[in-house]
Design a protein around this ligand. Structure first.
Ligand code: C2E
Ligand code: CA
Ligand code: CA
Length: 429
């Protein structure tokens, strides 16, 4: 939901920037002014790039591009033309929403920088003899127009930011109750071998909200992480997954199915993480090698020695580790060798473009070869078609996960899927 609002905010401010770019362009044609021509061209190129980034879902990159380009343009126009500094105000509110999930220095630093620039350019004396300065007949109405327009833009941005904060607060309160009200569900997505045998599942969290319906994890996990709720939620998932393994242990044909559990950064960083996992494993009496913990590359940036130590303690007890989203973040190969991993997961962004983009095919091939050379199991996620699967097999990948095999499903459907897959395999033999 935050991303939807960020998307709306970016679309709004981009249309605004485009409108100003066109107005400047027209002015520059009537009254040649080198600086305004350059600014109009820059704004229009930025707007086109932004629409492209928004369309392909790169909201974060679009946010950073927009804020930095507009900030620079506003500094230039405020200094040399004596106009537009009023737009630092809507930019501050806009960046407050766009930077909400970023690190503290960005989250507060960027809006504060915009406000400081606003204050600075309001007070700074204007060099009216400057080369590019606009004639008074243009500057005066432009100042009026900007004052009103920037005020309106600030109002719309504030409204969107307010709705976003309100929604976040409501969700935080609802998340606190969700655990108690047993509103969380686990969906299971099969992991399949080269011979189409289901060898395991990934446990994927869902929130069955009383009014919103089934909420996907990306809509609430960032809020749960930010409010410390991801630790109890993560513990619940871990226990539920181990309970499921315990049940399958007694069902013929299901005893060897493994469960991969995603662990969040805050959960893994917790001092008692190792003891908590071992406690659940002991209490449920599961075979530890059937539990696979998925860590993401982005979690490995800080204090790698402590991470390796925690992983080694769990690995000694037989628990396995998979490195999720491999290739998208930090990928120091020396660390990869040191980490006690069992598996790497080729990120779905590479798999999705495998057949379209030679660069993604090359990255996928390299990751698979790297995994095989390091004696790690390699699983590709986001496998959506038979062509994807075949291409991956030809690159040496033996395990797959994706919509081609099954979407994430509830446990009862998963059990039926396992049984029907076995039936099919038997009848084709
Ligand atoms: P992830 O760990 O990378 O999980 C894979 C995501 O890709 C899942 O989205 C899955 O439904 C989706 N997916 C699988 N196959 C395909 C495919 O063929 N095509 C496409 N387009 N998508 C596919 P989901 O369930 O929405 O989860 C999103 C993310 O939320 C997960 O990404 C993971 O980072 C996080 N998450 C989910 N469950 C948990 C959890 O229990 N704990 C934590 N900490 N994070 C979780
Ligand atoms: Ca995962
Ligand atoms: Ca992944």
């Amino acid at each position: 939901m935050h991303w939807k609002r960020a998307y709306r905010m970016l679309t709004f401010v981009n249309f605004l920037a485009m409108g100003l770019g066109i107005a400047w362009g027209i002015y520059a044609v009537i009254q040649p002014n080198m600086l305004i021509t350059c600014l109009a061209v820059t704004v229009l190129i930025m707007a086109a790039l932004m629409f492209r980034l928004i369309a392909v879902g790169k909201v974060k990159l679009a946010s950073y591009t927009f804020i930095s380009v507009v900030f620079m343009i506003l500094c230039l126009t405020a200094k040399y033309l004596g106009i537009l500094h009023q737009f630092f105000l809507p930019l501050a509110v806009c960046s407050f929403l766009l930077m909400r999930n970023e690190i503290l220095s960005m989250k507060h630093g960027i809006p504060l920088l915009c406000l400081a620039a606003f204050g600075w350019y309001c007070c700074a004396p204007l060099d009216l003899a400057g080369r590019y300065v606009l004639p008074l007949t243009i500057r005066e109405p432009a100042l009026w127009f900007n004052q009103i327009f920037a005020g309106l833009a600030a109002y719309v941005c504030m409204h969107l930011a307010y709705e976003d904060v309100l929604e976040k607060n409501i969700m935080e309160i609802e998340l606190r109750d969700a655990l108690l009200n047993r509103e969380f569900l686990i969906f299971y997505q099969p992991q399949v071998s080269k011979t189409a045998e289901i060898i395991g599942v990934e446990a994927l969290l869902r929130w069955q909200h009383p009014t919103r319906g089934l909420v996907p994890p990306n809509d609430f996990i960032p809020i749960a992480e930010g409010s410390g709720l991801m630790i109890p939620i993560g513990e619940w998932i871990l226990r539920a997954a181990c309970e499921q393994l315990k049940k399958w242990h007694l069902v013929p044909g299901f005893e060897a199915i493994s469960i991969a559990v995603n662990v969040s950064a805050s959960q893994f960083a917790e001092e008692q993480f190792v003891s908590k996992v071992l406690k659940v494993v002991k209490e449920t009496g599961i075979e530890p090698s059937l539990l696979k913990i998925e860590l993401t590359e982005s979690m490995l940036v800080a204090n790698i020695d402590a991470i390796i130590e925690k992983m080694a303690l769990l690995k000694d007890r037989g628990i396995r580790f998979s490195l999720d989203d491999f290739g998208t973040g930090f990928s120091s190969l020396s660390y990869l060798r040191q980490l006690p991993l069992d598996q790497i997961k080729v990120d779905q962004s590479f798999v999705r473009n495998l057949l379209k983009t030679p660069a993604d095919a090359a990255v996928t091939k390299t990751i698979i070869a790297l995994g095989n050379d390091l004696d790690l199991d390699v699983i590709a996620e986001g496998v959506e078609t038979e062509l994807h699967r075949d291409a991956l097999v030809s690159m040496g990948c033996h395990h797959f996960q994706g919509y081609y095999f099954s979407r994430p499903i509830i446990v009862a459907d998963f059990e039926l899927l396992v049984l029907s897959t076995r039936e099919k395999t038997k009848s084709t033999r």
